[in-house]
Design a protein around this ligand. Structure first.
Ligand SMILES: O=C(O)c1ccccc1NCC(=O)[C@H](O)[C@H](O)COP(=O)(O)O
Length: 212
């Protein structure tokens, strides 16, 4: 059976980490972008990271930060995966020697094939609903349609909620889904019921996907 991978992003509280892990999430994103309302210091993220059991990954998010700040945060948090949300070139993203996701702002004209070529070294592309240059975590969807075949895992993000995630999975058949504001009470404060409903909706969509 297909299993859409699930990442919850922008967690800042131990209680939210515990709820997310209980739901069966695959990855937790820590937003290390100082301008974000979900910003968490790498030291605090490292403390929360100790609560992640085996097979739940820690993802460190950055947006247009300099190499020294990114490296400092990596040294402190020791994430499994990096996620770059700005205009970072492929060479910069790859220079830290860790697998990375590159976000693609889906507002405007985008060629996913060109992005996949540009970021040939990326572990995957994260398709987000905001405009180029904006921060992620805006709760904005984009025009969902069948995805072109690219030789990279594609992660659907941007404005997902427990109510619409099944539709996104059915239309786009992504490798994974990523959600932040759709499972929040307010920025950085997650809602346990919404987290549970989100995972349940993904699993129902997976069960439908598996049917011939
Ligand atoms: O969440 C932020 O504040 C943020 C700031 C700067 C760069 C990225 C950020 N978040 C990324 C994400 O949370 C997700 O990858 C994605 O954008 C989905 O967010 P949402 O539309 O709120 O579900």
């Amino acid at each position: 059976m297909l299993r859409t991978r699930i990442k919850f992003c922008g967690l800042r509280r131990a209680v939210d980490i515990a709820s997310a892990v209980d739901c069966g999430v695959d990855a937790i994103g820590f937003v290390l972008v100082p301008a974000s309302p979900r910003f968490i210091r790498a030291e605090d993220a490292a403390t929360l990271r100790t609560r992640l059991p085996p097979f739940v990954s820690a993802v460190a998010l950055f947006k247009d930060q300099d190499a020294a700040s990114v490296q400092d945060a990596i040294d402190t948090l020791r994430p499994d995966l990096l996620q770059f949300h700005g205009g970072e070139p492929a060479g910069f993203c790859a220079s830290f020697g860790l697998p990375y996701l590159k976000s693609v702002a889906m507002r405007g004209k985008v060629s996913l094939k060109a992005e996949a070529r540009r970021h040939a070294g990326a572990a995957g592309l994260l398709l987000d609903g905001h405009a180029p240059g904006e921060m992620g975590g805006q709760g904005e969807t984009f025009d969902w349609a069948a995805l072109p075949a690219v030789n990279k895992p594609l992660i659907l993000a941007g404005g997902l909620t427990p109510r619409n995630v099944a539709k996104g999975i059915a239309l786009m058949q992504p490798y994974g889904v990523d959600v932040s504001s759709g499972i929040e009470s307010r920025p950085g404060v997650k809602n346990a019921t919404a987290m549970r409903d989100f995972v349940a909706a993904v699993r129902r969509a997976d069960a439908r996907r598996a049917k011939p």
